[in-house]
Ligand binder design. Structure first.
Ligand code: PEP
Length: 254
């Protein structure tokens, strides 16, 4: 039985002290939820300090991005071993904001996933269609291309270390979440793709999160869907009480 999985993407919010306060508040409330995989993803500058706060707790640390090279003349970039060194277990790869503002491609996402795995980080790979793509009936096609491109050359053994997050772009930060039925349709489809790429067992065991305006009042109906294993939460992860409420609802879903 998979644990429900709730990850908070803090995006470009909070200084070191703000991140430490938020992490402390979440830590204080999270102890009751050992059966949920809880992850927080602060900005790079706050990673090491938040790692200290989370040490010995049931909350894991994640980064929001990485570069695929290990080290070298890549001004402004941060590598997988550096994130490991800062205390990260997870790293978000291919978030739609990175695809939109920083030109990330499926090929780049694929290189980043491989780099993360090579250095023992667990990637959270984001996929999802824009509103225009959905309205023109292309949602599944877009997600399929992103999954196949991102996972190109990945072996089954490594798929067990990768979390997939379906995040329809039109639902991110808009307050309009996908309905449980809309999300479930895509999650089921992602599982079919994984079955084709790997095996039925790997597809069934894969952790597939939904992301896009997840709040305390909609997580229960989303996570009760068969193929939705948890959530990647943006805005609502910046308030400890809202994030903990989402974790609590996820814990109650099993
Ligand atoms: C996200 O950025 O991954 C996200 C899902 O944001 P929000 O929850 O604010 O829609």
């Amino acid at each position: 039985m998979k644990k429900p999985f709730i990850a908070g993407n803090w995006k470009m919010h909070n200084t070191i002290s703000g991140s430490v306060s938020l992490a402390n508040e979440i830590r204080r409330g999270a102890g009751d939820y050992e059966d949920v995989e809880i992850v927080v993803c602060p900005v790079f500058t706050a990673l090491a300090s938040v790692a200290d706060v989370l040490s010995g707790s049931n909350i894991a640390l994640g980064a929001q991005n990485l570069f695929w090279e290990e080290k070298g003349a890549f001004t402004g970039e941060v590598s997988a071993p550096m994130l490991k060194d800062a205390g990260c277990k997870y790293v978000i790869v291919g978030h739609s904001e990175r695809r939109k503002y920083f030109g990330e491609t499926d090929e780049g996402v694929n290189k980043k996933i491989k780099a993360a795995l090579r250095f023992g980080l667990l990637p959270i790979m984001c996929v999802g269609e824009t509103l225009e793509q959905r309205n023109s009936g292309k949602a599944l096609e877009v997600v399929s291309a992103q999954i196949k491109g991102g996972l190109s050359g990945i072996i089954g053994e490594d798929m067990a270390k990768i979390v997939v997050a379906y995040e329809p772009v039109w639902a991110i930060g808009t307050g309009v979440n996908a309905t449980p039925q809309q999300a479930e349709e895509v999650h089921r489809y992602i599982r079919e793709i994984l079955e084709g790429l790997f095996t039925t067992g790997i597809s069934r065991e894969a952790v597939i999160l939904y992301g896009g305006s997840v709040k305390p009042n909609n997580i229960a109906s989303l996570i009760q869907e068969k193929d939705i294993d948890g959530a990647l939460v943006g805005g609502a992860s910046l308030k400890a009480d809202a994030f903990l409420e989402i974790v609590k609802k996820a814990a109650e879903s099993v």
